[in-house]
Design a protein around this ligand. Structure first.
Ligand code: HEM
Length: 493
């Protein structure tokens, strides 16, 4: 670990800000296409680059006077950034929003909304993570398996056969229902659904460019709408928490577990504000990510008929058309490899943000305190030195291949590694196993497949497909894909 004390001069190379439009123009470009912008900067300047030369953008850091915004990739830099927790801090919301949290009573929900684990560092992070861990222990996660099966079955039965369907929408709804059930429990029925929808709307707005660029509480502006939603959310969540507290029962859902969690030494439990933050953050982190991992995997399978045929053989020989048990998931090695390869090649969360809490060195550069550092997971997953033919979707590469956690990190690495990784793998595997045994998905090339999304990579125009009862006609719908997805993965002509 290398640290230095004086505030150094900015030296990391990068493009000059555009005349008149300045740095915000680059932030907009990055927000629209973080993968494309990063790749072109890495090609021009190397593996440690500035988003704009000579100054920061404050698009992630809430601290005043951000001296620079650095993008980096590669196992060594992933290791340095994700394992030096006292140097690389994490912040919950985009810089401008977080710094507005003390503006008025209207902005109070910003203090805890989406803060949760994302918004704490150092000792507080360790303590809170410890309190949250029981809800994510292997045994606990496995107990959610039955809920996942029941919800998946009911949704699959309602899907229209033979008609164009946006699979991205279906996966979003499915993961939303699973998250609602496992987070809030079944006893709250409709209210859980309502809260989940408000949360979803708020998170979509929170990540929107309109809110970042015009954070003014004036009717008609998206920021005003966001604050309204957050006030509503606050009320709904407080009612839920108070009701669960009063009943004193543990319904087995995450919220019940968190209400009952106590620090082993001090016996201290989470306050209501902390609970609001944690549940919001877990919900935000947990459902868009899984939904998109599922959508991209289904897309890749639709374009790789031999892999899909082999996978279906494996699923049917072990499961015989039934939903998998947790034990049976261990007997499905190809399912595991398909998922790993899908999250490598079309990484659901392409980058990870931090802010330096003190001057430090990264590569041959000295970063001042307050520097925003974005570690590019996607680009690390596409390094030919680690993954020969990186743009090839090739699940077999995982046979006997075990990259380090800094070479392969769809869930990040270090002590902030995704707390829901086990949950996500369980959910995605169960859904894929059930869906693929029941249906064949035929890709429809009506729209180009373009990446979009600021934090989670989503297909910009959805993912239209036709569902057929599983008939193994995997060649149908292969080819004809247009759009910038072709820059990320080799696809048939
Ligand atoms: C395919 C699905 C998922 C992917 C790709 C993913 C990815 C990530 C990544 C890259 C991070 C950032 C870690 C860092 O800052 O170093 C993260 C953090 C986090 N994730 Fe996930 N995630 C997924 C699913 C989930 C699920 C299902 C949950 C909860 C049910 C969840 C909860 C969290 C939380 C609470 C954090 C913050 C951890 C901390 O700061 O200590 N994630 N995730």
């Amino acid at each position: 670990m290398t640290t230095i004390t004086a505030q150094p001069r900015w030296s990391v190379p990068g493009p000059r800000p555009l005349p008149i439009l300045g740095r915000p123009a680059m932030v907009l470009r990055f927000a629209r296409d973080s993968i494309g912008v990063s790749r072109s900067l890495f090609q021009t300047y190397g593996s440690v680059v500035s988003l704009t030369a000579g100054g920061g953008t404050n698009f992630y850091s809430p601290l005043p006077n951000c001296p620079g915004t650095v993008l980096t990739y590669g196992p060594e830099y992933v290791r340095q950034v994700t394992s030096q927790h006292e140097i690389y801090y994490k912040y919950p919301l985009s810089g401008r929003l977080y710094s507005k949290r003390n503006d008025s009573t209207r902005t109070e929900p910003l203090k805890h909304f989406a803060a949760g684990l994302f918004g704490v560092n150092s000792l507080t992070h360790r303590q809170h993570r410890q309190l949250l861990m029981p809800a994510f222990h292997k045994q606990r996660i496995n107990s959610y398996g039955d809920d996942i099966v029941v919800i998946t079955r009911s949704l699959l039965e309602q899907l229209p056969i033979g008609k164009p369907t946006d699979i991205a929408d279906v996966m979003r709804l499915l993961s939303l229902r699973i998250a609602t059930k496992t987070l809030f429990g079944c006893d709250i029925g409709e209210e859980g659904g309502k809260t989940a929808k408000t949360l979803q709307q708020a998170f979509t707005l929170e990540g929107s460019v309109g809110v970042s660029l015009l954070p003014f509480d004036l009717p008609g502006l998206p920021y005003h709408h966001l604050l309204n939603l957050m006030a509503q959310l606050d009320n709904e969540m407080r009612v839920l928490i108070q009701r669960k507290r009063a009943s004193g029962t543990n319904d087995g859902d995450v919220l019940s577990m968190l209400i009952q969690a106590r620090d082993a030494e001090s016996g201290v439990s989470l306050t209501e504000d902390e609970l609001l933050g944690h549940v919001g953050a877990i919900f935000a982190a947990g459902h868009e990510t899984s939904a998109n991992a599922l959508t991209w995997t289904l897309f890749l399978l639709s374009q790789h008929p031999e892999v899909t045929a082999d996978l279906l053989d494996e699923l049917q020989s072990v499961l015989h058309g039934e939903a998998p048990t947790v034990e049976q998931l261990q007997q499905l090695p190809l399912l595991e490899r398909v998922l790993k390869e899908s999250m490598r090649v079309l990484t659901p969360v392409p980058w990870n943000g931090r802010v330096t809490s003190q001057p430090t060195e990264l590569g041959s550069y000295t970063l001042p305190s307050g520097t925003e550092v974005l570690v590019n997971i996607y680009q690390t997953h596409h390094m030919p030195e680690v993954y020969p033919e990186p743009e090839r979707f090739h699940p077999k590469r995982w046979e006997g291949f075990e990259p380090t956690m800094f070479e392969y990190n769809p869930f990040s690495a270090g002590s902030r590694i995704c707390i829901g990784a086990g949950f996500a793998m369980l959910e995605i595997k169960i859904v894929l196993a059930m869906l693929l045994q029941k249906y064949r998905l035929q890709y429809l090339s009506q729209q180009p497949v373009e990446r979009s999304g600021f934090i989670v990579m989503t297909p910009k125009h959805g993912m239209p497909m036709i569902l057929h009862n599983q008939d193994r006609q995997f060649a149908e719908g292969v080819g004809g894909v247009r759009g910038n997805v072709r820059e990320m993965v080799h696809l048939p002509a």
